[in-house]
Design a protein around this ligand. Structure first.
Ligand SMILES: Cc1ncc(COP(=O)(O)O)c(C=O)c1O
Length: 361
């Protein structure tokens, strides 16, 4: 990746008013990995820009303004996207409506059918928009809801939610900034649920540290946007960034990173589940691939969140040479996101360190 960067940087870099084959080639490679009609890429520099542009595209394509996001979401930091990041922002304009993330460990509803209740929460969010004379332009949704604590939806949830939003005239924006690029053991997080979004946003791993992100959509939606609006980003998708982007995908494919994430992710998760049997402070283990978390509690039966234990564990683990952080609606979840080249020895090192630190805790 560094060689690709150096080679292109010492040949030519320019903004994307000038077409360059790297831009086209990276777009074609990404499109080849996407399902359905998702064949148009617009390159930007950050996940925030991708979500900002995706919102503009959805609003232009549908003529609606309303946006649906989950409680305790994070989608980025521009003025618009900060408002869509309900974990950080308290701004609730008329065009915004919130639904409950589909947490199965701490159900937000006490009915018999959790799936129905969580889909109902999206339905209610659409109705709440209508009461304010708004219609949904889109739902912006994670495949694994990271910010509220690595929440995995019950089976069938995404199919039903996609259908509801589309019936109400909105599009589905899958925020794959974190769950994309093999992180969950499939190329795209949404692929676990057999759904095809209308717009996908990508970021974080796309440039393996180099600022590169994208919006991917269908030709039909892209055309509607292009006919009414325009977009220019000086650095987004420049020839150097797109050379890096191509090299990242070459490395993922050549080094079987996808297979590695699926295999080592399953191995790591089963190790975490053994720790769950051993230590009462662990209330739940969640996640797929190398997108994993452990929720810590003071009391297993009452599920009382233990944010202090999570903070202490992160510090104890740092002393063992393993960097974790805490997150979640109650700040009591240990966030485990190893690099995707993580191997079995690395996983063992993590699991032994966790065992030592839970013992100390
Ligand atoms: C799910 C998700 N979407 C969007 C973003 C924003 O990406 P960036 O920090 O590149 O603007 C993040 C960053 O943490 C994220 O986790």
């Amino acid at each position: 990746m560094i060689a690709a960067l150096v080679k292109q940087a010492s040949t030519l870099n320019t903004h994307t008013r000038y077409l360059h084959e790297n831009v086209v080639e990276l777009a074609e490679i990404i499109a080849s990995k996407m399902p359905g009609e998702l064949g148009v890429c617009i390159f930007v520099c950050t996940g925030t820009e991708a979500n900002d542009l995706a919102t503009r595209i959805a609003r232009t394509a549908t003529g609606n303004k309303g946006m649906l996001v989950s409680e305790y979401s994070y989608h980025g930091d521009s003025t618009l996207v900060h408002t869509l990041s309900t974990a950080d922002s308290e701004d609730r304009p008329d065009w915004l409506s919130l639904f409950e993330p589909p947490c199965q460990y701490r159900p937000a509803f006490d009915g018999d059918d959790l799936l129905e209740d969580y889909v109902g929460s999206v339905h209610n969010a659409i109705n709440a928009l209508k009461q304010k004379n708004q219609l949904p332009a889109a739902i912006m949704i994670d495949s694994i809801f990271d910010c509220p604590g690595t929440i995995e939806a019950p089976k069938g949830y995404f199919q039903q939610v996609y259908k509801k939003v589309r019936e109400a005239g909105g599009l589905v924006i899958a925020d794959e900034v974190q769950s994309g690029y093999c992180r969950t053991g499939k190329w795209w997080g949404f692929a676990h649920d057999d759904v095809v979004p209308d717009i996908v946003t990508l970021g974080k791993p796309m440039g393996a540290g180099h600022p590169l992100a994208a919006v991917v959509t269908t030709p039909e939606i892209a055309d509607k946007f292009a006919n009414e609006s325009s977009y220019f980003n000086t650095f987004g998708g420049n020839p150097v960034s797109t050379a890096v982007g191509k090299a990242v995908i070459d490395v993922i494919d050549a080094e079987n990173i996808l297979e590695n994430v699926a295999r080592i992710g399953a191995y790591t998760r089963s190790g975490l589940e053994k720790l769950l049997e051993k230590y009462d402070v662990i209330g739940d283990v969640r996640g797929r691939g190398l997108f994993l978390s452990m929720e810590l509690v003071k009391d297993r039966a009452l599920k009382t969140p233990d944010a202090i234990a999570a903070q202490q564990m992160a510090n104890l683990m740092k002393d063992e040479g393993v960097i974790l952080s805490t997150h979640g609606r109650y700040e009591n979840t240990l966030k485990i996101r190893p690099p995707m080249v993580f191997n079995q020895d690395n996983a063992d090192q993590l699991l032994v360190a966790l065992d030592v630190c839970f013992g100390k805790l």
